[in-house]
Design a protein around this ligand. Structure first.
Ligand code: HEC
Ligand code: HEC
Length: 158
């Protein structure tokens, strides 16, 4: 029994390792600094030319609470035209980058280190001006957002 359990546990770890090495790169480059502390919960665009945000493990996590950041998670935006955008991770645990121009309404989904969907917004509820995620996804939530972007289904799994 113990041997079987060990086999089951090793597989997801191996997959996580493979998916971290993979393909995205592009404009931002995601390999460096995807763990650790970097202004979690704050508005990336106040210091950078790009938007973005932070995935947390708690809906009401405070700014800079790196212990509540959801390491290796990121978001995938599903646009109304059928295209998608996977946000590069980092810098900092749970942080991800979003370009400041987005084409069309989108459903925001959260994925774990294996690429598995673990949370999503309501269908196509987000307009293209919503690239500065942490401006609404604050500790207590602003402009109708319930709080932080979290790594478990806010509306329940579907
Ligand atoms: C208060 C200002 C500030 C905020 C807010 C901030 N950063 Fe940064 N960021 C910096 C500085 C300064 C550097 C360069 C520091 C260094 O390399 O040691 C940096 C470097 C980076 C880098 C590596 C260099 C680059 O430009 O590609 C990334 C990626 C990054 N930040 C992502 C983010 C993300 C994502 C957010 C939002 C969740 C964010 N930052 C919020 C100040 C900030
Ligand atoms: C103008 C405010 C605003 C901005 C900016 C914004 N959101 Fe949201 N978000 C909301 C509101 C309101 C809801 C609740 C209704 C819904 O699900 O659409 C929500 C819900 C969510 C949820 C499900 C609930 C939760 O808290 O986990 C996710 C995931 C999400 N947003 C991700 C994102 C991502 C990723 C970005 C940036 C690309 C973003 N949001 C930018 C307002 C915003």
């Amino acid at each position: 029994m113990r041997e079987i359990l060990r086999g089951v546990l090793v597989l997801p770890l191996a997959l996580a390792f493979v998916s971290c090495g993979g393909g995205e790169g592009g404009e931002f480059g995601e390999e460096e600094h995807i763990t650790g502390s970097h202004y979690q919960g704050q508005q990336c665009i106040s210091c950078h030319s790009f938007g973005g945000g932070t995935v947390f493990t708690k809906l009401n996590a405070a700014d800079n609470d790196v212990n509540s950041a959801a390491a290796y998670h990121t978001v995938v935006l599903l646009f109304e035209d059928g295209s998608s955008l996977t946000a590069p991770r980092g810098r900092g645990s749970g942080n991800f980058q979003i370009p400041s121009s987005l084409n069309g309404k989108f459903t925001a989904t959260v994925v774990d280190g294996n690429g598995k969907t673990v949370n999503k917004s309501l269908e196509l509820s987000h307009t293209p001006d919503r690239y500065n995620c942490n401006s609404c996804h604050t500790q207590s939530g602003a402009s109708g957002a319930p709080g932080r972007i979290i790594n478990s289904f806010y509306y329940g799994a579907k």
